[in-house]
Design a protein around this ligand. Structure first.
Ligand SMILES: [Cu+2]
Length: 205
């Protein structure tokens, strides 16, 4: 920055080989640097005004899905005056999101069918094993019996086995279509479940 200021001061002295564009860039940059502290002091109002400008795009994504999910939950907790911060555990939510990532993207699924029962053998390596075991057993336990579907989740070597039985042939077609991860997304409203984990009141975490 000091080099920049020196350059500005020699603007009228002998040519330093800068093109007009370079000189212009320096002037613009210097202007930004000089006004930046003023903008910072006036922080929020300036920022708010800029956000309404024609070039401001609506921004909903934090750039990383798990980060954005955590950011959203923290925002909800901060906005809620009744939040019990002595129980809040955002690290537990982060670990759960790691489990979700492992189960969704890093596990291997084999499905076999018998009658109206589909058995999913879900396996992985390293920390994926624990992620599969936690999520499958929790999901099967939470979902068993809902809408006539039955679920059974059992830890096995390298992962877990989930048996899902559809109540009728029509449901079986849907079960086949959903596959393992589709079935995992069903039931409990997942965002609400995450908020419960963060609040420290999730039953199975
Ligand atoms: Cu989740």
């Amino acid at each position: 920055m000091s080099a920049m200021c020196e350059n500005m001061q020699v603007n009228n002295s002998p040519d330093y080989g800068e093109t007009p564009l370079q000189k212009f860039s320096l002037v613009v940059l210097a202007a930004v640097l000089l006004t930046a502290p003023a903008l910072a002091q006036d922080g929020h109002s300036q920022h708010g005004t800029m956000m309404h400008g024609s070039q401001a795009a609506p921004m909903a994504q934090g750039g990383e899905a798990a980060f954005a999910a955590i950011q959203e939950v923290v925002g909800v907790l901060e906005a809620d005056a009744s939040t019990d911060w002595s129980k809040v555990n955002i690290e537990a939510l982060r670990r759960h999101l790691v489990d979700m990532n492992n189960v969704t993207l890093r596990s291997v699924v084999q499905a076999t069918e018998q009658g109206r029962t589909v058995t999913f053998v879900v396996t992985g390596k390293d920390d994926v094993v624990g992620s599969i075991q936690r999520m499958v057993t929790a999901h099967a336990g939470a979902m068993n019996g809902s809408n006539g579907w039955s679920y059974e989740g059992i830890p096995i070597d390298g992962g877990a086995r989930m048996r899902v039985t559809a109540p009728d042939d029509r449901s079986l077609i849907k079960l086949r279509a959903l596959g393992f991860i589709g079935v995992m997304t069903q039931g409990m409203h997942h965002q609400a479940h995450h908020l419960m984990i963060a609040r420290g009141i999730a039953p199975h975490h």
